[in-house]
Design a binder for this molecule. Structure first.
Ligand code: HEC
Length: 292
């Protein structure tokens, strides 16, 4: 009955565009409410800080590291490459302070910031193979990290387009987030919604609210991986994008990370990023940041 009244009122005052995207809005409200009710002591903006919003001791350690951030040189290299490759031309506002608007629906598809960055490099004639610019990590993630750094403090503001095509992608991302997978048969939500704040094999599980606000992140683990392989790591080798993290979390449940075709991001991860980032709307960009 209540639903019918709401619908009728909405029609009466001409709110039909809002009704059309009622479902993402409803999803967002439920998602947010879940976390804010579970953790009454955590301030909304603190969700940008992942596990450090939940655990005081880990937070103190992390704040110490962030005083002399190990990613600073990597961001500087990213800034230099941003200029060298003419990235400013390809983005609104010269590519500065725009992270909060991605993923973005444009021209009938979802654009991630990293997807547009790769397209930009190619358009500008950069030989991405020769320059070793690959999605997810290294120098490429360094440029993305620089772009995030220019957006610090801007609240995430992803718009879910209400067209059927866009909603299909949104729902695909939502299904990935709530769908069980891998040998362990876990969904993203199992770890980062229903069990956030609990331990899983020695790791504290972060809340999914705020998840996308601080990427690319910098992890010692990733820097060491490159160092092991190549003898040494560059200042940007600790960086990984949100989609690199998706791959890592797929592996945690012994599912295969998804790889895109020929220099493209995997459409399933693009869909996931569309949904997952929208769920953090309102949280301020706070990256790059160090993570375990
Ligand atoms: C078996 C549990 C598990 C599952 C399932 C899982 N993750 Fe994770 N995830 C972790 C752990 C452990 C970490 C590292 C600690 C943390 O930050 O939560 C992590 C970290 C992350 C982070 C980084 C958080 C930050 O603050 O930097 C993101 C983002 C993330 N996961 C997203 C996902 C997504 C999306 C899925 C589904 C594809 C997923 N995870 C599935 C266990 C899991």
């Amino acid at each position: 009955m209540k639903k019918i009244i709401v619908a009728a009122t909405a029609l009466l005052i001409g709110l039909s565009p809002i009704m059309a995207d009622a479902s993402p809005r409803g999803d967002l409200k439920k998602f947010r409410d879940y976390f804010t009710k579970m953790n009454p002591g955590v301030k909304f903006q603190d969700y940008a800080n992942g596990i450090y919003a939940l655990d005081e001791n880990r937070r103190a350690e992390w704040e110490n590291i962030e005083e002399f951030p190990p990613y600073e040189d990597g961001v500087d290299v990213g800034a230099r490459l941003f200029k060298k490759y003419g990235v400013a031309k390809c983005f609104p506002n010269g590519g500065k302070g725009v992270r909060q608007n991605y993923p973005m629906w444009k021209g009938g598809k979802v654009h991630t910031l990293e997807g547009d960055l790769m397209a930009c490099l190619k358009k500008n004639g950069v030989n991405t193979k020769k320059e070793k610019l690959k999605y997810g990590k290294g120098k490429f993630a360094g440029i993305a990290a620089y772009m995030t750094s220019t957006s610090k403090g801007n609240a995430i503001k992803v718009k879910i387009n209400s067209s059927r095509k866009s909603m299909k992608v949104y729902n695909q991302g939502k299904r990935h987030f709530y769908g069980k997978r891998g040998q362990l048969n876990f969904s993203c939500a199992d770890c980062h919604v229903y069990n956030h704040g609990m331990m899983a094999r020695g790791n504290l599980l972060s809340p999914a609210l705020g998840h996308t606000s601080h990427f690319p992140v910098w992890r010692r683990k990733w820097a060491s991986k490159t160092a092991k392989k190549k003898g040494k790591a560059g200042p940007f080798d600790g960086f990984g994008t949100i989609q690199r993290r998706y791959g890592g979390c797929n592996k945690q449940v012994r599912a295969k990370p998804l790889k895109g075709k020929k220099g493209k991001q995997h459409p399933e991860y693009v869909a996931l990023e569309y949904f997952h980032t929208y769920m953090s709307n309102g949280i301020k960009v706070n990256g790059p940041a160090v993570r375990q």
